[in-house]
Design a binder for this molecule. Sequence first.
Ligand code: MIG
Length: 826
Amino acid sequence: MARTRRQLGQVRRPTVGWTTLGAVTRIRRGDRMVELICGAARVRINGAGEGVVRVRLAPDGEFGRDHSWAVLPAAPTGATWRMEDAGDAVRLVLPEIRVCIQRAPCRISFQTPDGLAFAEDDPRKGMAWDGRDFRCWKRLCLGDQFFGFGERAGPMNKRGQTLVNWNVDAADHEPWTDPLYQAHPFFYVLRDGTAHGIFLDNPARASFDLGHSSHAHYSFGADAGTLDYYVIVGPAPRDVLRRYARLVGEAPLPPRWSLGFQQCRWSYESARRVRRIAERLRRHRVPCDALYLDIDYMEGFRSFTWNQKSFPDPPGLLSYLRRRGFRTVVIIDPGIKHEAKRPYPVHDAGMRGGHFCNDATGRPYVGRVWPGDCVYPDFTRAATRAWWADLHAGLLRAGVAGIWTDMNEPTDFSNPSGTVPLSVRHAGDGAPTHHGAVHNIYGMQMARATFEGLSRHRCGERPFVLTRAGYSGVQRYAAVWTGDNASSWEHLRMSIPMLLNMSVSGMNFIGADIGGFRGTAAPELFSRWLQLGVFNPLFRVHTCGTRGNTAPEQDPTAYGKTQLAINRRAIMFRYQLLPYIYTAMRETERTGEPLLRPVWFDEPSAAHATKFEHEFFFGRALFAAPVIHPGATRRDFMTPPGRWHDFYTGAPCAGGARIEYPVKPDTIPLLARAGAIVPMRQAAQFTDERPLTELILNVYPGRGVGTFYNDDGLSYAYREGDYVAEMYASVPTSHGVSLRIIRREGAGAYAPPRYLVRFLGLPYCVRRVTCNGRALVKRGSAGALSRSHSGWRQDMKTKTLQVRTDGFGPGAPIVVERAIRASRNP
Ligand code: MIG
């Protein structure tokens, strides 16, 4: 694995030869667009949806084709505005944002409706070009902080750093490595608790200097293509993300099984070994929904083939696994073995169809990946994407449930840069170009073709695709994992800010290799990482078997009995939380708001908001502070603003306070927001083992609301109304507390037949519980309650009240009456 690699993380410094935009000589006003003519150069400005303005620069006045790989064709374009001309400056006024144009020299800045300036061009530099590169310099304020930028190692706030966008196979990455596998030229600037976003839509090598070379300005630019950027107004970070997601697309609701636990290794290299891990997990009652086949299932690393010897009967194996509740995901690499001697249908058909990228001389470019000499499909060509999509039909027929796309930066071992030469040709969907100009979308377009293949050949099912490389908008097609990390506490910790920045960059379905990829995990590290993984939207263990695949097993059963119980417990907890997680994923599809949320994202003006690097909100209701150090007996952390309760006991804890949370080896420190209503269910061995018979609602003290969303978990029928969504409200009164369903949407088929409501942290004794006005039976013991379909019981030690009923529904509330009326409100 250890390959030396040329330092890719260089920002090209502004050199001689930069031409800075001069004075506006004329303003051409279109209906929804304004063009600034500055000598030979032109700048186009238009609204691009609510609160979004697009700016484009054409140094020579020619804008060329207007095409984006990220921005959705259906994204809102244009908006009418009022233009205010004040002589030396012009203002374009839109409802949510204003554009201020200084005429001489041409400098652009933005304002909120109440006059707060942001994204101001640096007065000296502004926009500039040097024939190939271009850059835009913006003013930097003392307190400005930077977040987003997709997948990044290192601290969450990128102030003071330089970052590069260039997808690389970052096999040996460490906390200081930049760039990594993904390139998302989208970021937030947080200034005095107010956020705005910038999206530089350019898939060539881009770079960002975030106050590294100056305290007065920051800059962004790329070395090919055009300066084409969007400014997105806040004021809240979530406004920025919602608006950005409307441009480039929200992550769709994945199939429910893909939110279960997933077990992977490079490699379970034979059918025998795959069966062994499947049996081991089931024997030890470890819930699991997916097993992965890494490159060794193929014949000589040829994509879309099976090794006849080690996998003699793929449909047999896959149906065996499916009967035991496992879906199978297989890896596919883009590099196609280039061989003359032996027929290989994918290669031969690809050659005939002109599907591979040519070199500068017009012959297919031959690089090197696992199979040896390889040619590379041109995913920037619609016909090639369609061809690639169809190649998946055979795998799906064999019973494959999902596709894992790897090495799609793309990796090329034959080239010192690690990827194909910049001169390699691409069709560019109608605008032929060189690799350097489209490098960062190669992986995303492979994921797109894969997604389309699964859509087409697994009719009506939501595809599951997992990709390593990507660009803005990749979330439309695939989940993303963070590549080859290492089995160390440092890498465990590093994954948190990394995933948080990915999450606010629009990628919602994300995860790190749990346990670490390189090296071997000690039992404690593995278990703690699994506990952190409960909060990785993609919950997948993966490891590198090293040479000969001889490294020890890395799975929940591999570390002895004590550890097994701890690991099983963590995974079961994930399954208990699945209704909450699934509901949040549906929410992301509708709004763009993610499951993993840094504290600054929801509380941008709170003190220390940006200091939470290893604690985060998990959905709106929960706050997680995973254990990140070995030998921990407590987890010290700061609580976020607001009122909070311990998730498990309901004990109150103040917001904005330091707390020491005692931990045992199986403790997962977790808080719930006051008033939170968290939908849960009993754990199962896999997500569709049993239909939902009882929904558990954890209700925390205080007034609040919660939602539960449910559907068939697999198809798109929910888009035609085949789903249920319930909204709950809990209202504490001086008499007790009431819980109601304030809205139910959709068909009843997915509504819970019964509810188990757990009122945690009630500060009083309960006298009576009614549902729909009728008193429920008080049960004498936990056992008695669990055996009956209705009734209630309060645990006097924890004061937790459990209410079980099938009568709860819209207009049929649960009312809890307290025994003694206290003089003070609860
Ligand atoms: O060059 O397929 O990141 O998850 O197990 C290594 C083998 C190729 C890199 C991926 C890793 C995968 C491995 N791949």
